[in-house]
Design a protein around this ligand. Structure first.
Ligand SMILES: *Cc1c(COP(=O)(O)O)cnc(C)c1O
Length: 387
């Protein structure tokens, strides 16, 4: 049909053709897990530098063992069917680890953001976000219906002008600042100390996403809030259980009132089946490990690898386990990733719309499970000019 309504399959294939023409087509690679930080893809063993399993806990026998003592399914939302021991234990572990009064577990980080941000802010309120905020934070802010303001990445001056603007134009509004501790595609840190000062000075609240900070930063792995001694000064702390924690799910940690409020108002918590008890049990075990002596050892191994790659790259200091290698053009990044793949390294090319157009990159993520030899082999394979 030339005019009028086109067929559904026609719509799908022309959309895919357009994505492909832009060099942005994505597809799924089939993998099976190998030993340590290795994966098997199409019969080949690859060293995996693409996972957020920073402490190597995803394959930890204690997490698997913990899961084996629980049911597969939870049966219903926790408000409908009652809350199971596994979920209560997980939240107790998180609150003890994060040193907060309470915590509430969600099915994923995406669900935690989508439930929490619109519970706190609605129409007539103001949400101010960093430009590089994760998609789930942006989607949650949009869903809330609040007035949105975005500041250039880590630009506290612009954040302050937005805060001043909000105070005069929306004097009765709730104002929520949303930021991350470690930015997921750049690996740099948010200016948390400055933001805490500003939001306090202007009577705003702070939502901090520690998805890539928890387990990695801070003496005990409690994230950037611990590293900077700001644990008492952030209203809403979010973290995920599927990255350094090696399991799945997410949490919001804070006061008892925050938890009670969210379990009454966060729609992704209320209207969704509780996470599988098997998963809650493995996540609880992960939290216990990360906060203990083994977690500290794994964190040390991770940071040894980070420092080793930093030296090999001869570039600026790394502040997290995420190392972006900017290529620029979309196809350049794809070719660089293909070259590494051929050399036995799985490193993803990250393109628009995950990052801005023309800022395509290789995104290397390090793990405690990488051996020093694997890290130096990667550095050599990156073919970088000598420092
Ligand atoms: C991964 C990620 C999320 C989403 O967490 P999931 O548990 O994977 O849904 C949220 N925020 C940031 C910064 C992330 O990197």
């Amino acid at each position: 049909m030339e005019s009028g309504r086109s067929s559904f399959e026609g719509f799908l294939s022309s959309s895919l053709a357009e994505i492909e023409r832009d060099g942005l087509l994505r597809s799924l690679r089939r993998l099976s897990r190998g030993p340590a930080a290795r994966v098997i893809s199409e019969g080949r063993e690859l060293v995996n530098f693409s996972s957020n399993d920073y402490l190597g806990l995803a394959s930890h026998p204690a997490l698997v063992e913990a899961a084996m003592h629980e049911q597969a399914g939870s049966g219903a939302s926790r408000l409908v069917c009652g809350t199971l021991d596994a979920h209560a234990r997980l939240e107790d572990e998180i609150a003890a680890f994060k040193r907060t009064d309470a915590a509430l577990a969600f099915s994923s980080g995406y669900a935690a953001a989508m439930g929490t941000i619109p519970a706190i802010c609605s129409k007539n309120d103001v949400i101010i976000l960093d430009k590089l905020s994760h998609a789930c934070l942006v989607d949650a802010a949009k869903l809330s219906g609040a007035v949105l303001r975005v500041f250039p990445h880590n630009d506290v001056g612009r954040l302050e002008s937005h805060l001043k603007w909000a105070a005069t134009s929306h004097p009765r509004a709730r104002v929520l600042v949303v930021m991350e501790s470690v930015y997921s595609m750049d690996g740099d840190l948010g200016p948390l100390a400055e933001v805490v000062e500003l939001k306090e000075r202007h009577g705003a609240w702070l939502f901090l996403d520690e998805a890539h900070g928890v387990g990695v930063l801070g003496e005990r792995g409690r994230g950037l809030v611990e590293q900077l001694g700001l644990e008492e000064r952030v209203e809403v702390q979010m973290g995920t259980l599927g990255k350094a924690l090696g399991s799945h799910g997410a949490y919001i940690a804070g006061t008892r009132a925050l938890r009670d409020f969210l379990l009454n108002r966060a729609r992704s918590f209320i209207y969704s089946t509780a996470p599988p008890p098997m998963v809650a049990a493995s996540a609880a075990k992960a939290v216990e490990i990360v906060g203990g002596a083994e977690g500290a050892e794994r964190r040390e191994a991770l940071w040894r690898n980070i420092r080793a790659l930093e030296t090999a790259l001869g570039g600026p200091q790394l502040s997290s386990a995420i190392v972006p290698i900017i290529c620029g053009g979309e196809s350049h990044a794809v070719l660089a990733a293909a070259d590494l793949l051929q050399k036995g390294f799985l490193v993803p090319a990250i393109r628009y719309p995950t990052v801005a157009r023309g800022k395509a990159r290789l995104r290397v993520t390090l793990s405690a499970n990488h051996s020093p030899e694997e890290v130096s082999a990667l550095a050599a394979a990156l073919n970088l000019p000598a420092a």
